[in-house]
Design a protein around this ligand. Structure first.
Ligand code: GSH
Length: 208
């Protein structure tokens, strides 16, 4: 049985699709998300009680969630794919970057997307304040990512870190922020988007 990727258009599953393709791994895509009632949400909830994507079911039925964990697993399983550097210290830094994005950026996007879940306030203005604060935090975390990891993204041979950085930085006003605050990193992200390892998947996620 091929791997099954639960995902949806414009979501973080794009980064995992890029990785599966880079590693030439066969997979079937199941459209599922908590915000699409007509999707395979019930099936997703059976394997991931959080109902989050990306969720990847491996050949033997093992379920992987958490984009950083999925990308690290694929990189380690397919060392020739270039998803992770082969040199130990460089690999450790890329893993640090992947976990950094998941812990600091992806989490802030969740607050920005669903502020009502992060406050007991029920009024719209109060929830908007939560969203605005989450976005300010998110943008600050991207500044630091740019300063610490920006040169690791290897536009000529992008790997898992570049995939996750490009996908997660598309959301919550991050690109506009980076364009103003970290223009050179912003240009690197655009360069990466045009790379064949990313371009087709990004196009499908935009046009699907
Ligand atoms: N910690 C997870 C977060 C995944 C996540 O929040 N995915 C979003 C889509 S991009 C989602 O499914 N959100 C719906 C929800 O939380 O209900 C990861 O790093 O993969």
């Amino acid at each position: 049985m091929p791997l099954t990727l639960f995902g949806s258009r414009g979501s973080g599953s794009a980064a995992v699709e890029m990785a599966l393709r880079a590693a030439s791994v066969e997979y079937q895509l199941v459209r599922a998300s908590s915000w699409e009632a007509d999707s395979a949400l019930e099936r997703l909830l059976e394997v991931n009680p959080l109902g989050q994507i990306p969720t990847l079911r491996l050949e033997d039925g093992t379920v992987l969630t958490e984009s950083a964990a999925i990308l690290i697993h694929l990189g380690l399983e397919h060392p020739a794919s270039g998803l992770l550097p082969t040199v130990s210290i460089a690999r450790a830094m890329d893993i640090r970057g992947l976990v950094y994005i998941a812990a600091n950026c992806y989490s802030a996007v969740s607050v920005s997307d669903f502020p009502e879940q992060w406050t007991t306030a029920t009024t719209k203005p109060a929830q908007t304040k939560v969203r605005d604060a989450a976005r300010a935090q998110l943008h600050q975390k991207w500044n630091v990512f740019s300063d610490v990891f920006g040169t690791r993204l290897r536009p000529s041979e992008p790997g898992a870190l570049a995939f996750l950085a490009v996908v997660v930085s598309q959301w919550s006003g991050t690109r506009q922020h980076l364009k103003n605050e970290r223009p050179s990193f912003y240009e690197t992200l655009l360069q990466l988007e045009a790379h064949p390892r990313l371009a087709a998947t990004l196009r499908e996620h935009r046009d699907a």
